[in-house]
Design a protein around this ligand. Sequence first.
Ligand code: GDP
Ligand code: IMO
Ligand code: MG
Length: 426
Amino acid sequence: MSKVDVILGLQWGDEGKGKIVDYLAPHYDIVARFQGGPNAGHTLEFDGKKHVLHQIPSGIFHPGVLNVIGNGVVIDPIIFRNELKKLSPFEIDISNALIISNKAQLILPTHKLLDQALEKNKGDGKIGSTLKGIGPTYQDKIGRNGLRVGDILEGNFERRYNSLKAQHVEMLNRLDFEYDLSLQEGEFFDSVQELREMQILSTEYFLDESLMSGKKVLAEGAQGTLLDIDFGSYPFVTSSNTTTAGACTGLGIAPSKIDQVFGVFKAYCTRVGSGPFPTELNDAAGENLRRLGNEFGATTGRPRRCGWLDLPALKYSCILNGVSKLFMMKADVLSELDELYICDRYIVDGQEIHEIPYSTEDTINPGLTKAQSWTVDQISQFSNLPAALTSFISTIEKYTCADIALVSLGPDRKETVAKEGSIFLY
Ligand code: GDP
Ligand code: IMO
Ligand code: MG
């Protein structure tokens, strides 16, 4: 029997998970998404083309890799249909390359309206949600009101849809929010019809059988650990468990079946939406990082807030996920900087600390240490990385007690170096 490897983000999302899942996918039989939904935007690049996936797992471009949308995911049928349309030029045999859990929750048009109305009502305290209906859909799941993908195959689907919609409309009418549902609803039912044609099954059984027969499974996370509903900077978080534990509940995999946990992080930090960001640069240096790293949201196009690498936060994420290997992304972006820093402590009320404080109201001053800058003009081998970059890597490894097994030096599949002797030397 084989086990499951997990790949997930260690910061506030957008670490480069899509690129790395696509890079590793040929070494797996199955790639499975376990949480989140269309709030995710996972970018991959190959043959000079960029692709952004929202709900479809990032193994989809590899023939022979089966992709699973797990029960922990929330699906918007309309966005799903559009994603499929964008894949049509690639002649992927979708019916054999993608299966969907009958227990994944459905995002209804009214969930999206509620997301917008609730955000608007929050005023200055807004989360900065992607407005894809994520929060309201997970709320209905936990409140035991939700509709699941399996329900679209039942005769009473429309009746159940109308009943849940009526509850949502009542809530919307209590909020100061104008809306028009008519357009979205027609599109929703057309898209649901297409969804019915997909392979919808109890993917937990399928995954168990696959593991029993020795198939290799890679679980793909969305968002990042610092957006986790339990451990992120609550309430400025998403509504799911983005950690390794989420892979167990979001796919129906027992903890004992998890093998490696690959934690993906950028060599600096970004965040979209509201909430604490201790190392944020609200100056020209931050703007420079945004420009060099092209830091604009893959889902909403919003500019990402940028700052230096935050080691106390990275260590926290390593602890929560049981990270076995670290993958560092976007080292090429820092290679363009003359001066660069790394945060290796926090200063709160004049005290030096290494843990994230409970209150999101606390002012956290980052303790910064200057790092030597490097230049990477040519991508060769891990052992030939510039000395200053190697020293940056050692600092991170020492602080987090985890090994960096892979460094990414550009958005393309090929712009990746894996540590010699590690299992990633493909
Ligand atoms: P994800 O949500 O974690 O999959 O990440 P996103 O796709 O939202 O954001 C990562 C962005 O960085 C995308 O535009 C990628 O194409 C790009 N990217 C990934 N790795 C690298 C890298 O090593 N260097 C550079 N310059 N860009 C990268
Ligand atoms: P990927 O998978 C970055 C952020 C939003 C907002 C908060 C809540 O591409 O890394 P939500 O729509 O979930 O209610 O928004 O979480 N957020 C992300 N930030 N990358 C993502 O996904 C994100 N998904 C949600 O900006 O602050
Ligand atoms: Mg993203």
